[in-house]
Design a protein around this ligand. Structure first.
Ligand code: DMJ
Length: 662
């Protein structure tokens, strides 16, 4: 059925010729070859030559291109790695530091660089290492070898500084700088503050100790020998009977003397005393102590020794005694009791009254406030601030002058109408000013009370004696003026001078100058050249009478510090050498009439009898804590030996840091 078609068989050429399509590989090969055959011999030679030439060029360029590509690839990898290690830092040179070379040699290599001063090391703050701002490790571009070497040296130096900063707790026979930025206590409990350390002072040329200071050191050693031989670890030396007396049984003289030894540079004695504190000072004792006395002598002494030495042992002990004294504040009025049993944690007033002494409850503030600042525990400061705030508001003052007693139940002054700058009121005035200074001169109520009180002194208590017209501070009892002045009042010229130094009225300095002259006369007009405990001034000229009269009951001398203390302030602020000379006279008279040959110094009963001053057989702890310390400072011409813009002395001569130095 399918037979009606025509079959035609064609050769390859004919198929193409008729326009048919064939793209097979075999056909294409055959076609190229036919074309090549159709070329002339010359044409074929030229083409072959061109192919050969291109092939040679290709081989050569392949080799060099490969190298170039390889290096490009490697470099970018290096850069990527460097970027990961030091973000933002691109090194122009390979990241390999050349070996350090001497600066000079280096300088020769790079004549275009002038030799610069060594770069200032970044300031590293004092304080616990974890709080220190470390020397920044600079992300610099190290452009030259010179720069590189300098950078390495800087880092080595910075590391050295860091290590030194961490390890500073060094013996220093004298001055120590408080931390530049001590802060008032915060409300949060924090790590203990590091003590004001001393490196700045250590870097200074030490001021040589002069002859008079050496004499003080000798006197101290003599006193210390007596204490060590006959009273070691007890409260007070009895140098004549070669024994001791106990008051609290807490090594009072030893603790009071710690910072004096530090300031005088008595390293061996200090180390020995430190060992006693570490091994034998125990506060867990069933013993009644006087809150004020143990605060100013023990707490104050431990705190200042901590600041001077940087040794945390003293802070630990300070915390312990501070805590044990706190029960004193548990009274209906929050005015503390006079006595505390530091073992039992109970407190009470004296047996015969529920009153406390005004000076006592208002002269524990510097110490408790500092304890709060150091521990971060505000309970200490709160308790003592409350007392000051309360006293600030009380009635019963007379132009800023306070009575001598305050009741722990009612919180009111008692025994109204008697005003003195002496016993039972003295350090109230001193601590108004000193708390204001300690806190950075911001607490206006304290300043107000201080300024008002000094006006009160001027108005009610100042008089002039005859014949020398010495200005003195008497007492007022129910409207009657008494020309009686305790030696204790001789703290006042120093305090007035300190106030004037801190910017208070210039007439305070004038008054200080007049009063220190009087205090000196209380020594100079007496047969032994030593002041009695109390003097009465003559208000009327009488033939053959001096300015100073002494009653038989008042003619003892307890080796008290107040006049020497004020001489020290006066010399510091005026530079007038007469104050040093007066102090020198007093030291010589202590040596003449109170020195005990076998060791120690003694209080005497009669300053009017040079042939028999009647030794009392007792060396008070404040002779080492205060009197000799102020002597040593008075004879020094180094204002940085306890700089008064950085430290404030408590009423027992223990220097505590000013929180915001002037
Ligand atoms: C010291 O304990 C203190 O100076 C106190 O303020 C007054 N009495 C003695 C020194 O005389």
């Amino acid at each position: 059925p399918r037979r009606d078609f025509i079959s035609v068989t064609l050769g390859p050429e004919e198929v193409v010729g008729v326009g048919g399509y064939n793209n097979s590989k075999a056909w294409r090969r055959r076609s190229c070859w036919r074309k090549w055959k159709q070329l002339s011999r010359l044409q074929r030679s030229v083409i072959l030559f061109l192919f050969a030439f291109l092939a040679v060029c290709g081989v050569i360029s392949y080799t060099s291109m490969g190298e170039a590509w390889k290096s490009i690839t490697n470099k970018s990898l290096d850069e990527q790695r460097t970027e990961q290690e030091i973000p933002g830092l691109k090194l122009a040179n390979p990241a390999v530091l050349p070996a350090p070379q001497k600066a000079d040699a280096n300088h020769g290599d790079f004549p275009e660089l002038s030799l610069q001063k060594p770069p200032k090391l970044p300031h590293v703050r004092r304080g616990p290492s974890n709080l220190q701002i470390k020397a920044p490790r600079r992300d610099v571009r190290l452009k030259t070898r010179h720069d590189t070497i300098r950078a390495v040296e800087e880092l080595v130096e910075a590391d050295k500084v860091e290590k030194t900063e961490k390890s500073i707790i060094s013996w220093r026979g004298a001055v120590i700088e408080p931390d530049q930025s001590t802060e008032p206590p915060s409300s949060k409990i924090k790590e203990p503050e590091k003590p004001s350390s001393m490196e700045a002072e250590d870097q200074k040329e030490p001021v040589p100790i002069n002859e008079r200071q050496l004499a003080v050191i000798e006197a101290f050693r003599h006193a210390w020998k007596g204490y060590k031989d006959f009273a070691w670890g007890h409260d007070e030396l009895k140098p004549l009977s070669k024994s001791y007396s106990e008051w609290f049984g807490l090594g009072l003289t030893l603790i009071d003397a710690l910072d004096t030894m530090w300031i005088l540079g008595l390293k061996e004695e200090f180390e020995e005393a430190r060992k006693w504190v570490a091994n034998d000072l125990v506060f867990d004792k069933n013993v009644d102590v006087n809150l004020f006395e143990s605060t100013i002598r023990i707490l104050g002494g431990l705190l200042s020794t901590y600041h001077l030495s940087g040794d945390s042992l003293f802070l630990e002990k300070a915390k312990d005694i501070g805590n044990r004294l706190m029960p004193a504040f548990k009274t209906p009025s929050k005015i503390p009791y006079s006595d505390v049993n530091i073992g039992r944690g109970t407190a009470h007033p004296p047996r015969w009254t529920s009153d406390s002494t005004v000076a006592e409850v208002t002269s524990i503030q510097l110490e408790f406030r500092e304890l709060s600042r150091l521990t971060g525990d505000e309970k200490f400061q709160k308790a003592v601030d409350e007392v000051m705030k309360h006293v600030h508001t009380l009635s019963g003052k007379n132009d800023g002058l306070v009575p001598m007693f305050i009741n722990t139940n009612s919180g009111q002054f008692t025994h109204l109408g008697v005003y003195t700058l002496g016993a039972r009121a003295d350090s109230y005035y001193e601590y108004l000013l000193k708390q204001w200074i300690q806190g950075g001169r911001k607490e206006n109520e304290l300043l107000e009370d201080y300024m008002r009180a000094i006006e009160g002194v001027k108005k009610h208590l100042l008089q002039r004696s005859e014949p020398k017209k010495l200005t003195f501070v008497g007492e007022l009892a129910h409207g009657h003026f008494s020309a009686k002045m305790d030696h204790l009042v001789c703290f006042l010229p120093g305090t007035l001078a300190l106030g004037a130094h801190n910017g208070l009225a210039a007439d305070h300095m004038k008054l200080a100058e007049a009063l220190i002259e009087t205090c000196y006369q209380m020594y100079a007009q007496v047969e032994t050249g030593l002041s009695p405990e109390i003097v009465h001034f003559n208000l009327h000229a009488q033939k053959g009478h001096k300015d100073v009269e002494i009653k038989p009951a008042d003619r003892h001398n307890l080796l008290r510090p107040e006049t020497v203390e004020s001489l020290f302030y006066m010399y510091r602020f005026t530079g007038d050498k007469k104050y040093q000379d007066w102090g020198w006279e007093i030291l010589q008279n202590f040596n003449r009439y109170t020195r005990v040959a076998t060791g120690g110094y003694t209080s005497i009963n009669n300053v009017q009898n040079p042939s028999n001053p009647e030794p009392r057989d007792k060396m008070e702890s404040f002779f080492l804590g205060e009197t000799l310390k102020y002597m040593f400072l008075l004879f020094s011409d180094d204002i940085d030996l306890i700089n008064l813009d950085k430290y404030v002395f408590n009423t027992e001569a223990h220097p505590l840091p000013i929180w915001v130095p002037a």
